[in-house]
Design a protein around this ligand. Structure first.
Ligand code: ZN
Length: 78
């Protein structure tokens, strides 16, 4: 009787342990994957074709294969 309870207890503990252990790991791996994919884009700096100022790629305007730091530079280039 005691042995059966022990086995059941161990099985429940193992299931719970596995369940709680795998959940945070999945979250961590998802977060790190997001960070890795975001980092190269955010750090990439491109030179403005008009004024030569370096700006973040996300903030730049791409026109005819050239990057411009602002709309003013894009209008000046045309
Ligand atoms: Zn510019």
């Amino acid at each position: 009787m005691i042995l059966k309870l022990l086995i059941i207890g161990v099985v429940i503990y193992t299931v719970y342990f596995l369940f709680f252990k795998t959940k945070p790991e999945a979250k961590v791996s998802k977060k790190s994957a997001k960070k890795e994919s975001k980092k190269p884009d955010a750090d990439e700096m491109v030179e403005c074709a008009t004024c030569g100022v370096y700006a973040e790629l996300e903030e730049c305007i791409l026109s005819n294969g050239k990057y411009y730091c602002s709309h003013e530079c894009l209008i000046k280039a045309k």
